[in-house]
Design a protein around this ligand. Structure first.
Ligand code: COA
Length: 158
């Protein structure tokens, strides 16, 4: 049984994340999509709201669990028997950041390896902050996110 963890801020989850998750399920039997903490980011949605969106968006995918981890993702892997961390790459600009993250993770836990999936070309412009910005500007973001995210934006603006 091969277990992996797909960590991120998911603020909110997008079709770009869903693509990476679905492709990772072709390689791993179980994937935990993990809400992890990037201390350098201010979030639009609360932890609870992000988890709700992640759970609803992935509810029909076999082998997927959703969880939250306030600490290191490699510690979470050790605790839950996962051997790999999954990340998506959209452009060369992602590479430097991912290279450093990978090195930090390797320093903390050399037994946990990272696997990278290259995003489909049509998803390379998508990021959570782009979605937030487009939404704030009144653009219909529904083609770029799972339906639950559209619902959550409606609640947010009430
Ligand atoms: N499709 C759509 N968007 C994608 C994407 C894809 N395939 N791949 C990346 N992105 C976007 C995300 O939406 C996000 O956009 P944003 O910056 O506008 O929010 C951005 O790329 C990268 O964010 P994300 O993947 O969520 O990572 P992050 O940089 O916010 O956080 C963590 C990375 C959470 C995994 C990292 O901080 C972490 O591991 N934290 C826990 C502590 C730890 O273990 N640290 C490591 C050792 S120091």
């Amino acid at each position: 049984m091969k277990k992996a963890v797909y960590p991120g801020s998911f603020d909110p989850i997008t079709i770009g994340h869903m693509e990476i998750l679905q492709r990772s399920l072709e390689v791993f039997d179980e994937v935990t999509i993990l809400l992890a903490v990037n201390p350098n980011k201010r979030s639009t949605f609360s932890v609870e709201e992000r988890l709700e969106m992640m759970k609803e968006a992935t509810k029909d995918l076999k082998g997927v669990t959703v969880d939250f981890c306030p600490g290191l993702t490699v510690d979470y892997c050790h605790k839950h028997g996962a051997t790999h961390l999954i990340r998506g790459l959209r452009a060369v600009t992602d590479f430097e950041y991912e290279f450093q993250l990978s090195a930090a993770n390797h320093f903390a836990a050399p037994d946990i390896d990272m696997v990278f999936f290259m995003a489909k070309q049509e998803n390379t412009f998508i990021s959570s902050s782009t979605i937030n910005e487009l939404h704030r500007a009144g653009v219909d973001i529904s083609p770029l996110v799972p339906p639950i995210v559209v619902e959550m934006y409606k609640k947010l603006s009430k």
